[in-house]
Design a protein around this ligand. Structure first.
Ligand code: AMP
Length: 229
């Protein structure tokens, strides 16, 4: 980390991996640590859907079916967000890019400083258990799992007592579709990035704290601070 008071500039950090790999937990923590903005395209799309915007109405059925929202829609949504971050010293991205087309668009936005890419590998059955058991608190956004990390009182948040909710696309049938969409459209990004940028892999089967430690070690050696000229 830079000396206190010095303005540092970080490369974009992209988290790749299937749904349920634990990217959301790690991206939020990392963005906080680096003090840079964080984007989850899934959160952004769910927000559009709940507000009933034009984009939300176009994305709703696609997200509910577990498929990917078309590139043109996602690229223009993320493009607007990127413009708003023009003063920031870096970004952490969760769920974007998810196709080679999106990755090419990102390359154009980033110019010379290509992203640092962290790929999460997790076994299929572990993903199914994580996603079918996932519940979250609508107030503090804390994530639980009814099998792996249950709340003290069934169905309610330990922190604020709010009733936990389940994402509609965490239904088992839809989960299988999301994992198939990952295999078809997102996995090709692993080779795309492996060949052209700083690319690292993390064993996401491990507990979150172990993954965080591994990530810290990777990022310390990864020259995440970018060329500032
Ligand atoms: P997530 O919260 O990242 O699991 O995303 C939830 C859903 O939002 C996905 O299953 C897709 O339908 C949609 N989505 C999120 N990010 C993207 C993206 N980059 N490209 C296309 N669809 C996306």
């Amino acid at each position: 980390m830079p000396a206190q008071g010095a303005k540092s500039c970080y490369r974009a950090v992209v988290f790749l991996g299937p749904p349920g790999a634990g990217k959301g937990t790690q991206t939020r923590a990392l963005a906080e640590r680096l003090g840079v903005p964080y984007l989850s395209t899934g959160d952004m799309l769910r927000d559009h859907i709940s507000r009933g915007t034009a984009l939300g109405r176009q994305a709703d059925a696609v997200v509910a079916a577990g498929e990917l929202v078309p590139d043109e829609l996602v690229n223009s949504m993320v493009g607007v967000w990127f413009k708003q971050q023009s003063d920031s010293n870096g970004v952490v991205l969760d769920g974007f890019p998810r196709t080679v087309n999106q990755a090419r668009e990102l390359d154009q936005w980033l110019g010379n400083n290509g992203p640092v890419v962290i790929n999460f590998r997790v076994e299929y059955n572990e993903l199914i258990q994580r996603l079918t058991g996932r519940r979250s608190c609508p107030q503090c956004r804390r994530i639980y799992n009814v099998y792996l990390k249950p709340p003290a009182r069934d169905g309610f948040c330990d922190c604020d007592g709010a009733r936990l909710t389940q994402r509609p696309d965490d239904d088992e049938q839809v989960i299988r579709e999301r994992l198939a969409a990952y295999e078809r459209q997102t996995r090709p990004l692993v080779e795309f990035y492996r060949q052209r940028t700083k690319f690292f892999e993390v064993d996401g089967n491990q507990p979150p704290e172990t993954v965080t430690n591994q990530l810290c070690r990777i990022l310390e050696g990864a020259d995440v601070v970018c060329n500032q000229q």
